[in-house]
Design a binder for this molecule. Structure first.
Ligand SMILES: Cc1cc2nc3c(=O)[nH]c(=O)nc-3n(C[C@H](O)[C@H](O)[C@H](O)COP(=O)(O)O)c2cc1C
Length: 209
């Protein structure tokens, strides 16, 4: 049975473009995989906790030496990593916030990037431990940051997401970019008309997943 991990990181609800697009993706994916299972995480409305000193101590303690306190500190991380391991397809809806990702998405990544669980390190270097996964990352931004545009050097969102997913072994990543949304927000462009080709791209990505 195929499993899709669907994550939203927008703090907005109905107004959120990334939520609309990940919802489109999940619906199309479900149609193509009627027996498939979808695991859903709403980071925008139910953020996960930040890592703290106990978490760090626990992450670097061998599993068989964990005290009850250290074990408890890793409970959320273990659950989130299990979701990444169970699913073979991921769809992430990630708005741009201050040229990067929302803090809720960063907190999620801090919980799942864990030595011995999602990456390994030895004398030959770092190795991602998630295998056979593919991700569709739907990014939304008010401005436009594509290569060659004046704002391109400010895009700390897509390159960072690509780097961190690659670090844990997720190298098959397609980005769907809904940018220039401030024109939609300020009513200069019709939202559905603007989104039409992007929704078609999302549909194609979901059917290929
Ligand atoms: C706190 C905050 C910071 C933002 N920072 C940026 C930014 O740095 N660059 C940009 O182009 N848009 C920025 N935006 C606009 C959002 O990326 C845009 O509204 C996008 O549609 C948000 O995704 P959503 O519709 O799924 O919530 C920001 C919005 C918020 C709320």
């Amino acid at each position: 049975m195929s499993t899709l991990l669907h994550i939203d990181a927008s703090p907005r609800a109905e107004r959120s473009v990334s939520r609309q697009l990940t919802h489109d993706f999940a619906s199309a994916w479900k149609q193509a995989h009627p027996d498939g299972r979808i695991i859903y995480r709403d980071l925008g409305h139910n953020p996960v906790s930040f890592v703290n000193e106990t978490w760090i101590a626990a992450a670097f303690t061998p599993a068989d030496a964990l005290s009850p306190e250290l074990r408890a500190a890793l409970a959320i991380s273990n659950q989130l990593i299990a979701e990444l391991e169970t699913a073979s397809e991921y769809v992430f809806g990630v708005p741009m916030h201050n040229f990067s990702v929302p803090a809720t998405f960063k907190a999620y990544i801090d919980q799942v990037v864990r030595v011995g669980r999602t990456f390994a390190v030895d004398e030959s270097g770092y190795k991602g431990l998630l295998h056979g996964k593919s991700a569709t990352v739907i990014t939304c931004s008010g401005g436009a940051y594509r290569n060659g545009s004046p704002l391109a050097p400010y895009n700390y969102q897509e390159p960072w997401i690509r780097a961190i997913l690659g670090f844990i072994g997720v190298t098959e990543v397609e980005f769907v970019v809904a940018d220039g949304l401030s024109e939609v927000e300020f009513g200069k462009r019709d939202r559905e008309q603007y989104l039409k080709p992007i929704r078609e791209q999302v549909q194609r990505a979901a059917l290929a997943a």
